[in-house]
Design a protein. Structure first.
Length: 231
């Protein structure tokens, strides 16, 4: 189907992806010195001091990287965990960018990045995505173009079609993961996705139309967290 006029096929990269990536690095680094060496880390350090083109249980590249880190920075707990922290942040950012290339907006990008960054609780992922969506609704440009003028200009049929194409698919994916984990019944995935989509869009409208969007955003986020935790 042809995209409506004025709708970009590739959404902008959300700045929240950078925030999530940086947060990932900071969390790893802040926690990296809080416990001792894991036995696999000691084994990796030993291998990095005896470099070879191959090992019985692992390829050589990671050991070459660790050897380089050891020679430049040292083998302290923080030093050897720096590259894994950066790699984890890169995965977080990359997954969010893939979601963008597939047509996902802010909500989809943050959901994907949160999952890629290690968040595995589907309900928590929903909360993160909802919070990111509400943050965008506070933006005056988004309020006017997306939440207020968009439905009137495009028409409600096209507007709902876009919701179903992008937001509904994202919600269904997360809820399907919840069903696979036994958090909800599989038969409830589609109904819940439709109900949550309606709740999310209405919350966005409330935030966009209120005189105090920050207060409305906090109230909606708290209510949404209670809603998904009860599923």
């Amino acid at each position: 189907m042809r995209e409506p006029d004025g709708i970009s096929k590739t959404p902008r990269t959300d700045p929240m992806l950078i925030v999530l990536a940086i947060t990932t690095v900071l969390i790893h680094l802040l926690c990296s010195n809080g416990y001792g060496y894991f036995r696999d880390e000691l084994y990796a350090i030993a291998c990095s001091k005896h470099l070879a083109w191959g090992y019985v249980d692992q390829p050589p590249f990671s050991e070459f990287v660790l050897a380089l880190v050891g020679r430049i920075l040292g083998y302290s707990k923080v030093d050897i965990r720096l590259i894994p922290a950066i790699a984890g942040a890169s995965v977080t950012l990359l997954v969010g960018l893939i979601a963008r290339e597939l047509g996902g907006g802010r909500f989809a990008q943050v959901l994907a990045a949160a999952a890629g960054g290690g968040e595995t609780d589907p309900m928590r992922i929903l909360e993160l995505g909802f919070a990111a969506f509400l943050d965008q609704c506070v933006n005056p440009e988004v309020q006017r173009i997306v939440m207020l003028d968009g439905p009137n200009v495009l028409g409600w049929d096209t507007w709902h079609e876009l919701d179903e194409r992008y937001a509904f698919g994202t919600l269904k994916t997360v809820l399907t993961a919840a069903a696979q984990l036994g958090r909800i019944e599989a038969a409830a995935v589609d109904p819940l996705a439709n109900l949550l989509l309606g709740a999310i869009m209405q919350a966005g409208m409330v935030v966009a139309r209120t005189d105090d969007p920050e207060a409305a955003k906090r109230a909606m986020a708290e209510s949404f967290a209670r809603l998904v935790s009860s599923l």
